[in-house]
Design a protein around this ligand. Structure first.
Ligand SMILES: *[C@@H]1O[C@H](CO)[C@@H](O)[C@H](O)[C@H]1NC(C)=O
Ligand SMILES: *[C@@H]1O[C@H](CO)[C@@H](O)[C@H](O)[C@H]1NC(C)=O
Length: 220
């Protein structure tokens, strides 16, 4: 009897620990910093191996990549410039990152989600309609003016749409060094190999011709 009770307690404890682990953002660092060494081969860790601390300089903690306006001449009229661990190696293990988002008038950063991070958006210039849909299908949105913020809970589908007359500029921040991005349109209609037409036709309740037409826009 006692043994069974202990086993139950253990299962409860394990579930609780797993729950905590799954609701946390990136794990805490175990040292001051761990500047990513992308050249290290044969070492696999959760993140990237660190370059030797003796090789680290101030430049490893500096990134100028967000100072330039992104090119919005594309089908969406928007551009996302990432400052995540892949472009800014000093972020490795620190659990944070940022993006610069430029959106032309009428442009959209199309519906997408970040599987590994909650997102804070601060608008610096212009006007953006920002919104996300919760898991019970409720749409939450706001039109942001400069200085105003919006938060998108982890993993939920969201977008930014320029409803102003001028270019919009926003900075987004994440509680992950590499939030990841799943863009709804390109994921479903532009994957490699492609998702079978029947699946998409059934899922969206449209004719296969519609699926073929949409796929042609996102083909690799
Ligand atoms: C560290 O610095 C030394 C000396 O400059 C260099 O030979 C070595 O390749 C560097 N290692 C890494 C991982 O950057
Ligand atoms: C922006 O991108 C378009 C399309 O790729 C390209 O034609 C144009 O030269 C780019 N503009 C700048 C300033 O880089």
């Amino acid at each position: 009897m006692e043994l069974r009770c202990a086993a139950h307690f253990f299962v409860l404890f394990l579930s609780f620990t797993l729950l905590l682990a799954s609701t946390r953002a990136d794990p805490h660092p175990l040292q001051d910093f761990c500047v990513a060494d992308f050249g290290a081969t044969g070492v696999v860790v959760n993140g990237f191996p660190c370059k030797p601390a003796s090789n680290v300089t101030s430049d490893d903690f500096f990134f100028a990549g967000l100072s330039n306006e992104g090119n919005t001449s594309n089908i969406f009229g928007s551009s996302v410039t990432p400052a995540n661990v892949l472009s800014f190696a000093g972020l490795n293990t620190l659990g944070v990152s940022m993006n610069r988002v430029d959106v032309a008038p009428g442009g959209v950063n199309p519906p997408h989600s970040h599987p590994r991070a909650t997102e804070l958006i601060i608008l610096l210039k212009g006007q953006l309609l920002v919104g996300f849909v919760s898991t019970n299908n409720q749409f939450f949105s706001k039109v942001l003016n400069p200085g105003e913020m919006f938060v998108v809970p982890k993993g939920l589908i969201h977008f930014q749409y320029n409803v102003g007359k001028k270019k919009a500029l926003a900075i987004t921040t994440f509680d992950s060094q590499l939030p990841g991005v799943v863009i709804a349109s390109t994921t479903l209609f532009g994957s490699t190999p492609t998702i079978p037409d029947d699946v998409l036709a059934k899922a969206f309740q449209v004719d296969q011709k519609v699926v073929t037409a949409i796929k042609s826009k996102f083909a690799n």
